[in-house]
Design a protein around this ligand. Structure first.
Ligand SMILES: Nc1nc2c(ncn2[C@@H]2O[C@H](COP(=O)(O)OP(=O)(O)O)[C@@H](O)[C@H]2O)c(=O)[nH]1
Ligand SMILES: [Mg+2]
Ligand SMILES: [Zn+2]
Length: 289
């Protein structure tokens, strides 16, 4: 039988096949292959006298860490303009990380009850320039939640964004129950006994929602320097115009990305973030390669 791992606890994996969930052990051989089953994995299982065994793991389309989950297809990148105050570098990092993993991205700007949109025109311009979809929310009042609900579809959707922006609130509104602890309590748990956070897939119509909001870790220094450009969707239409094959859109002459920045087709701050990140990736290579 073929199914999806929706939860893993203490060496057991819970595999959903159609409407049923089977408690399974992994076959020993995976350990020698250094292949450990992950939540989100599509697997073949056998069940004999009530005991489930994972026989094989299908190829993953991606692997996220913290939360550890495979085959995610969509990310809701959640943040606020105030409380906590917007941090563009952090948002850009989230967007890069999600892009690198080929996730469909929806930018979710929450707590719109606390601000006037017109005070944040620069940020909104920058975000619109990325080409990603943007949804404005008042999660606490439920505003905008339905438009996100329609985007879930048959995706495996993960929430990401800084702490305190309302990810858990949003998730609870979507699922219609209090699966996630919000606010102060979750902060305490997060740093206390629940430090090893295992994720779980929650059924939602034809898809799943990953119930552990986070990437809590935002290292993007593993991205190869010549792949960073593909994490900026607004660069795409200009990428073939550069004079040199292998142009990193950095110090090379005849660069059509830099040209597009000068002509205001690409947001300057986004490009500057690209360069800053590229320099970090280049320096890392000099140090460690
Ligand atoms: N003013 C306002 N507060 C919100 C909104 N959504 C969530 N909050 C509050 O923001 C705090 C953090 O929310 P939480 O869901 O725990 O954030 P998380 O850390 O991203 O999971 C809680 O006190 C929520 O009640 C909103 O739309 N407006
Ligand atoms: Mg939370
Ligand atoms: Zn170039």
């Amino acid at each position: 039988m073929e199914g999806t791992i929706i939860k893993g606890i203490g060496g057991f994996y819970y595999v959903k096949v159609d409407k049923n969930v089977y408690e399974c052990k992994a076959r020993g051989k995976f350990r020698y292959n250094e292949l450990t089953p992950m939540v989100g994995d599509n697997v073949d299982i056998s069940v004999k006298s009530g005991k489930g065994v994972i026989e094989s793991i299908h190829r993953r389309i991606n692997e996220l860490t913290r939360p550890t989950v495979a085959n995610v297809t969509q990310a809701f990148v959640v943040f606020t303009l105030v409380n906590p105050e917007v941090n563009m570098d952090l948002i850009n990092k989230f967007l890069i990380l999600c892009s690198y993993n080929n996730l469909k991205i929806v930018i979710c700007i929450n707590k719109m009850d606390l601000v006037e949109l017109k005070d944040y025109e620069n940020i909104i311009q920058l975000l619109k320039g990325t080409g990603y979809e943007i949804v404005f929310l008042k999660a606490k009042e439920g505003d905008g939640v339905d438009s996100l609900r329609h985007k879930l579809g048959d995706n495996i959707t993960v929430f990401c964004g800084p702490s305190g922006v309302g990810k858990s609130t949003l998730l609870n509104k979507l699922i219609g129950s209090d699966v996630m602890k919000t606010g102060v309590i979750s902060e305490k748990l997060g740093r206390g006994k629940h430090t090893t956070r295992h994720s779980e897939l929650v059924d939602y119509e034809n898809g799943y929602i990953v119930d552990t909001p986070g990437f809590s870790s935002l290292e993007i220094d593993f991205i190869p320097k010549d792949e960073l450009q593909y994490c900026f969707p607004e660069f795409e239409e200009y990428l073939n115009g550069c004079k040199f094959a292998g142009c990193l859109h950095y110090k090379e002459p005849g660069c059509s990305i830099k040209n597009a920045v000068e002509e205001n087709h690409i947001n300057k701050e986004r490009y500057d973030f690209y360069v800053k990140t590229l320099e970090e990736l280049i320096n890392r290579r000099i140090r460690y390669d």
